[in-house]
Design a protein around this ligand. Structure first.
Ligand SMILES: [Zn+2]
Length: 306
């Protein structure tokens, strides 16, 4: 039996953000230094070939492909001599646009519009017609809307996102994504690059198989075209997938699929297309320390079943 703790990061940045706060650079360095001290670091792509042994493995990965990974995370990875894996959304790299999850937060934080009308019957009545006379109300609303959008099916979510971007058209989106040269640099330094789909859609909520195929195949071909190799790994956006997604991933030639679940990978229990990753956030060192040691989940379990 092999056990691996797979740690997942997104943005690493000294600037603060009220809706989706990047991990602070100092916390990132403390985390990396501690993980390095405590575990044998491999890459996710090494997992299929490791033989049964009692080593304490960990991996480091980054989703989405933010430029700050190059500016702030890479120098720390180099300092500790760690190879990581970067999973990118190919349209975000091609056009330097953030993922829809980031755009949603950004629009609500930066628009000057003071109301929104989302007349969709799949939204709760109280969320359809809303006036905001202060930016804080917009942020509060966005905090409720985002988790709700993740529960909708793909076409419902697309309708709402389209409407929001049409109304909040006064906002210029920030250029915060990596480009292909950044990815070439990471690859030449020994880091791994994989797919995080073409547009960051939630794969498990798409009913049309051709759309799922487009997300998986187009991103795979794009990486081959720009970097010269087919990626081994698909990281499912928002950790959302189902059996159809896994089957199509396998058909297309992926050999590893990544979820987001706060648990340790166990080669005897977990499929290689269902590898759990433990996400780390911008929070206190104590909480991060507990997450790295998997103690926070155990504490939560004890409290729940007491
Ligand atoms: Zn993502």
């Amino acid at each position: 039996m092999t056990k691996v703790r797979n740690f997942l990061f997104h943005r690493v940045n000294p600037e603060r953000d009220s809706l989706w706060d990047p991990m602070d650079v100092k916390l990132f360095e403390s985390s990396i230094a501690y993980i390095k001290k405590k575990f044998d670091i491999i890459t996710i792509e090494d997992i299929p070939s490791i033989k049964n042994n009692k080593k304490n493995y960990a991996t480091i990965s980054f989703d989405d492909g933010y430029k700050d990974n190059i500016d702030y995370a890479l120098p720390i990875l180099e300092k500790y001599n760690i190879k990581a894996s970067f999973y990118v959304v190919t349209n975000c790299i091609d056009y330097n646009i953030p993922t829809w999850t980031y755009i949603l937060d950004y629009l609500f934080t930066h628009t000057k519009h003071q109301s929104i009308h989302l007349n969709f019957d799949f939204l709760p009545q109280a969320m359809r017609d809303v006036a905001f006379n202060h930016v804080n109300y917009r942020i509060e609303y966005a905090k409720k809307l985002k988790p709700l959008l993740k529960t909708l099916n793909h076409s419902q979510r697309s309708e709402i996102l389209q409407e929001i971007s049409l109304v909040f058209n006064d906002v210029e989106l920030p250029k915060i994504m990596m480009n292909w040269d950044d990815l070439r640099k990471l690859y030449s330094l020994g880091h791994k690059i994989g797919s995080h789909t073409t547009t960051h859609n939630m794969l498990g909520t798409i009913s049309d198989e051709n759309e799922i195929r487009f997300e998986l195949e187009n991103s795979r071909n794009r990486i081959k075209e720009k970097l010269g190799f087919f990626p081994a790994t698909i990281s499912y956006p928002i950790g959302n997938y189902n059996d159809t997604v896994i089957r199509i991933s396998q058909e297309l030639g992926y050999s590893i699929g990544l979820a987001v679940k706060q648990k340790i990978y166990n080669s005897e229990k977990d499929s290689i297309f269902d590898i759990p990753r433990i996400e780390l956030y911008n929070e206190s060192w104590l909480k991060t320390y507990l997450r790295i040691n998997h103690t926070l989940e155990n504490i939560k379990r004890i409290i729940k079943y007491k």
